[in-house]
Design a protein around this ligand. Structure first.
Ligand code: ARG
Length: 401
């Protein structure tokens, strides 16, 4: 039987050419797999037809938008995950869901190998291949751009020679990856890290310098997940979409960073994640009133580690799973409403309420009704500083000699 290879297919030039390129290089039949994670653009049916026209023997398409929002974006929100304090893991969390579908398609169509269109310099090759090794240990991986010398110029020449139904002249100077959680833009002019991004780079956000009237929004959460916006019930996917629209109109969620790739390169990336950043801001503020201090402090370090693991392609790892269990436990009381004003590129919280809040007005108030016994503070401070005080007197004794 002819060997079969499933290919992660985007519908673009490189992966369209990869169908025939892989076929010629390996003699295998190629099954194109396209996964909708809310990247917008063409319909899945159009992408399916193009894959078949480019020589795929089968095309597997999946609308994974809700799956992506529920099982990948929501854990990221619960973690308030920002890699290096900035990046909400847009591309990093889409790879594992695509991997799931690649492995599923490989089983369905009897494929022995999985192919993806990543280069050998980025994180995504790692995320795809580590994911595939984990979910389908018997499957082999190939990357035509990296392993079969498929360069951009060769792709254009191949598409033209074979008359593939794909645009080869439209020259986009940037490498773009996008889904409902956000958008990532790199390469070209942006590789000079002193160059400010130009307006044409952005798509999910409007220029914050000229914002429309401020937009006040109330986001309701249940156990860490958004369930309503301005009182209207929403699914996680709808919450992200609605806030992409409203926060995006205010220019919220633009990020310009030089980040540390897993492969050891520092690279400049422009992100826009209006919905994600608005949700993370609101969620964090709700945690501030519903999570106990020590648990919250520890969670911040867990979140940072979680973000690093996910960035580094360890979505399916045992440590990531254990951290998920911790994070999930912290979300038990993260329910309530956050009111926030979005304007001029910022989302600023100005009100919070929760049935499960730990904020105690009677303890916090400086007015009448104060139930806090201030006399107890004196002894507490004495003991709290005791060990440093003892060490300091030792230092003075030793150094004074
Ligand atoms: N640097 C980001 C990451 O590794 C995004 C990668 C894809 N970006 C792109 N512009 N093609 O998660």
């Amino acid at each position: 039987m002819t060997e079969r290879i499933v290919l992660a297919y985007s519908g673009g030039l490189d992966t369209s050419v990869a169908i025939g390129w892989i076929g010629e290089a390996t003699g295998a039949e190629v099954i194109a797999v396209a996964v909708d994670v809310g990247q917008g653009g063409e319909s899945l049916e159009d992408i399916r037809q193009r894959a078949l026209a480019c020589g795929a023997v089968e095309a597997y398409v999946a609308d994974a938008r809700d799956e992506f929002a529920n099982e990948y974006a929501m854990p990221t929100l619960k973690a308030n995950a920002l890699y290096q304090g900035h990046y909400p893991l847009v591309s990093a969390i889409s790879r594992p869901v695509i991997v799931k579908h690649l492995v599923k398609a490989a089983r369905e169509f009897g494929a022995t190998t999985v192919a993806h269109g990543c280069t050998g310099k980025g994180n995504d090759q790692v995320r795809f291949e580590v994911g595939i090794q984990t979910l389908g240990p018997d499957l082999k991986c190939i990357a035509p751009v990296r392993d079969l010398a498929l360069t951009r110029d060769k792709a254009i020449a191949f598409a033209e020679a074979k008359g593939l139904p794909i645009e080869t002249t439209k020259k986009n100077p940037y490498s773009i990856d996008q889904n409902v959680w956000g958008r990532a833009v790199e390469t070209g002019y942006l590789e000079d890290i002193w160059n400010a991004p130009t307006k044409d780079i952005y798509d999910y956000t409007a220029t914050p310098e000229f914002p429309p009237a401020p937009d006040e929004v109330v986001i309701s959460f249940h156990q860490g997940v958004p369930v309503a916006i301005d009182g209207v019930k929403v699914s996680p996917l709808q919450a992200i979409q609605e806030l992409n629209r409203r926060a995006g109109a205010q220019g919220v969620g633009r990020i310009d960073v030089v980040e540390d790739r897993l492969v050891g390169i520092k690279s400049r990336e422009i992100y826009e994640a209006p919905g994600a950043m608005a949700l993370i801001t609101a969620h964090k503020h709700l945690e501030d009133i519903t999570i106990e201090r020590e648990q919250a402090r520890f969670k911040a370090t867990v979140s940072q580690r979680w973000a690093e693991l996910v960035y580094d392609g360890q979505w399916f790892s045992p440590l990531k799973r254990s951290l998920d269990a911790f994070i999930e436990d912290t979300q038990k009381y993260v329910s309530g409403d956050i009111r926030m004003t979005m304007h001029g590129g910022q989302a600023i919280v100005n009100g919070r309420r929760s049935e499960t809040s730990l904020y105690d007005f009677d303890l916090a108030t400086y007015d009448t009704g104060d139930t806090f016994d201030q006399s107890q503070a004196k002894g507490f401070i004495e003991l709290w500083g005791m060990s440093s005080k003892v060490a300091s007197s030792r230092d003075q004794r030793v150094l004074g000699q």
